[in-house]
Design a binder for this molecule. Structure first.
Ligand SMILES: [Zn+2]
Length: 100
């Protein structure tokens, strides 16, 4: 039996371009995510946003457990987004049906 090595299966990350384009080409607030703390799945737009006037960014918290889902900081060269509080996101074609 022939064994296929990791080198033969590994692709350049650019091979994900089409899938990532589908994921990120959506209305972001309608994307559903699973809270890593309590497991609740809900649209990002339904969560609690904390954005103070002089803060460099924003914090999105779970409306069920108040855990931090997402931190977004705006810097001169772009945004930094930490999604550590989300187990996963549902986005792209058919995502509304998948998260219902
Ligand atoms: Zn939660």
């Amino acid at each position: 039996m022939a064994v296929i090595g990791d080198d033969a299966l590994r692709l350049d990350g650019n091979a994900l371009a089409g899938a990532l384009q589908q994921v990120f080409a959506v209305e972001a607030t309608s994307v559903s995510g699973r809270c890593a703390g309590c497991g609740r799945v809900a649209e990002l737009g339904a969560q609690h946003l904390y954005r103070y006037p002089h803060a460099p960014g924003a914090v999105l918290r779970c409306s069920a457990c108040d855990g931090v889902l997402l931190v977004l900081v705006e810097l001169p060269d772009g945004y930094r987004v930490n999604l550590q509080g989300l187990s996963w996101l549902v986005a792209g074609p058919g995502s509304a049906a998948a998260s219902a």
